[in-house]
Design a protein around this ligand. Sequence first.
Ligand SMILES: [Zn+2]
Length: 290
Amino acid sequence: MTNMDTLNRFLFDNHAIRGEITHLEQTYQAILDNHIYPVAVQKVLGELLVITSLLTATLKFEGDIAVQLQGDGPLSLAVVNGNDQQQLRGVARVKSDIANNATLKEMVGNGYIVITITPKNGERYQGIVGLESDTLIGCIENYFMQSEQLPTRLFAKTGVYNNKPVAAGILLQILPGNENTSDSFEHLCTLTQTITSDELFELSTEEILYRLYNQEQVRLFETHNVTFKCSCSRERCEDSLMTLPANEIDQMLKEDGGKIDIHCDYCGKHYVFDAIDIAQIRAKQHTNYH
Ligand SMILES: [Zn+2]
């Protein structure tokens, strides 16, 4: 496979069904590089990454999607954010040991998945789905069924290929107004299910589509690159600092040896502010408001 992370859309000419396929290596690696995660959590992050990449590609507008898993188990949080430019980031919080073969329920405990869609222009939408399936993919498919959206199926695999972590997946969705084409949808889902991890990791997009659907007319659209990108910035840190009471900031400065160190959990970047920085931010804020 190429060394670029990719997302492709495709369409079946003889069925009112669309598809997407994503292959992620560097983006996955970048997320894993920032923390030391248990193996089972790495797998969860890989699946969340595939899910988020595929879901953001279904957006018909500029915006982003966050897929967040949370609960009272040892894995208290796992979240991946992505936008319509296929820029993704993710992080997990692990409170105690997690076995390599831990199930989703064992990791998350009593928990749920929150899907937040934030259009650049327009209202934010949030959907919540319980962990009623043994797999993340199953839970997301339940979400599509419960929220009466278009019939949608997802397929995801995570693993190691060429000594590097890889996450890849496929989405199939019935086009709006064609919900009665369920026979051909089931047929195409059955075909898609036969893909193995090795095939999904090693083959090119064209080869995978041929391997699965060589009896079909499939139209493959242009390739989009997928990248790791964190949306943190010094300005955002300043904004969140300024939401704190002034005396609390002064206290933080005193306790941390004259500087406040804000660490981004997603990308590992540090933003350091000393007393002079804080004075400048306050002065700037003052000019903005008066
Ligand atoms: Zn960051």
